[in-house]
Design a protein around this ligand. Structure first.
Ligand SMILES: C[S@@+](CC[C@H](N)C(=O)[O-])C[C@H]1O[C@@H](n2cnc3c(N)ncnc32)[C@H](O)[C@@H]1O
Length: 365
């Protein structure tokens, strides 16, 4: 199994200088981009540059930086809603996915799309796909990835599929959206050169089955790429221990498990791809700090975005799961997330979420 090292050409061993350098120079010298196929040791080695910045004095969530999300051209009449505890959820296959599909969540996904682009140095995919013609984005959400891919590869036809019709109406002519359940049998008449899935760790009951469907729907030599966070969040020291944030993470993930969804399988993507028959499987590790606590401009930017994402997402992530799976009332969830919010903006908690990008190739014979 090949190990890709994106550190090549780098002479400095200073963690902070790697982070700053990476911001300017991109993947070839990327401080937070470590890749390989050797599991947790690869993930651990990627932590070298997470060093606490004791001098940082930014107090606001975005540290004076404005995070902008674009205004989507969405006709609200295309929504199918299920109303529950002040949020809305998808109607097709009602109850299956436990995060909302309302304007608040759309806004968070748009922010997160920007966070992914910053994380991957403006790349949409790390797989070495040559001249893609047919591309599929499963669980496309607001379609940001699919639209951007269609813009960058005008000769490709890009399909985005999702349970929720929350995609914009006006999209590039080579981009189409479909309402579909990725856990149903795939009936596409064409084979794809690239199948992509991002931030889907909370989605599937049986991710291995979805990965098998993707394998069967790729051309020989085609790629599957999964980009995700790895739950739960962690810390580089003991500052997360005993916090409301830690408690919330534990009970939310446990409640999802009780509802039949493991939210922890993204750490198994390499194994799942290999078991499905993919070859040359590569994993790349990144981290999103919970705030501006680490040194280095790149880490601080990632921290500002992830903090804002968390602040917008606390309720999205846990309202349905805790009320449906752990017997919480809406008020109790809001009370708890109000406490967690304080931890999210507390720079003395040195927490981060591991981020992984895994891709593999379908053999040519
Ligand atoms: C966290 S969002 C990520 C959206 C998008 N991939 C992104 O990165 O912006 C997860 C998306 O997966 C969709 N989803 C969940 N379960 C699904 C399923 N079984 N089939 C298709 N889409 C699903 C949800 O509706 C939601 O839009």
């Amino acid at each position: 199994m090949a190990i890709e090292d994106h550190q090549k050409g780098e002479s400095s061993t200073s963690a902070e200088s790697r982070g700053d350098h990476a911001m300017a120079d991109g993947p070839a010298n990327a401080g937070s981009l470590f890749s390989g196929t050797s599991g947790s040791s690869v993930e651990e080695s990627a932590l070298q540059h997470l060093n606490i910045d004791y001098t940082d004095d930014h107090d606001s969530a975005m540290g004076g930086m404005t995070v902008q999300t674009s205004t989507m051209s969405v006709d609200s009449s295309i929504y199918n809603y299920v109303h529950e505890n002040g949020r809305t959820y998808h109607k097709y296959k009602e109850g299956k996915y436990m995060l909302p599909n309302d304007a608040l969540e759309i806004d968070r996904l748009e922010l997160q799309h920007q966070l992914w682009l910053i994380t991957l140095y403006d790349e949409l995919t790390l797989a070495q796909v040559k001249n893609p013609q047919n591309v599929l984005d499963i669980g496309t959400g607001t379609g940001g990835w699919a639209i951007e891919f269609a813009n960058r590869f005008p000769s490709a036809v890009v399909i985005g599929s999702d349970l929720s019709p929350i995609q914009p109406k006006y999209v590039p002519p080579n981009c189409h959206f479909e309402i579909d359940d990725a856990e149903d049998e795939w009936t596409y008449s064409q084979k794809f050169d690239l199948i992509h899935g991002r931030a889907l760790v909370t989605c599937f009951k049986d991710p291995a089955a979805v990965i098998a469907s993707a394998f069967n729907s790729l051309v020989p030599g085609g790629y599957l790429e999964l980009q995700d966070v790895i739950l739960p969040m962690r810390a580089i020291d003991d500052t997360l221990t005993g916090t409301a944030l830690e408690h919330w993470l534990t009970i939310t993930i446990d409640a999802a498990a009780m509802l039949g969804r493991s939210w922890k399988h993204s750490g198994d993507y390499v194994r799942l791809l290999e078991e499905a028959g993919f070859v040359d499987v590569v994993e790349n590790h990144f981290q999103w700090p919970m705030s501006t606590w680490p040194k280095g401009e790149r880490m601080k930017v990632l921290g500002r975005y992830w903090q804002e994402d968390m602040l917008r997402g606390l309720e999205s992530l846990s309202m349905a799961v805790l009320t449906r799976g752990a017997g919480f009332t809406k008020e109790k969830v809001l009370e708890l997330t109000a406490e967690v919010r304080k931890d999210v903006v507390n720079k003395n908690i040195h927490a981060y979420i591991p981020v992984v990008v895994v891709y593999g190739r379908k053999p040519t014979e």
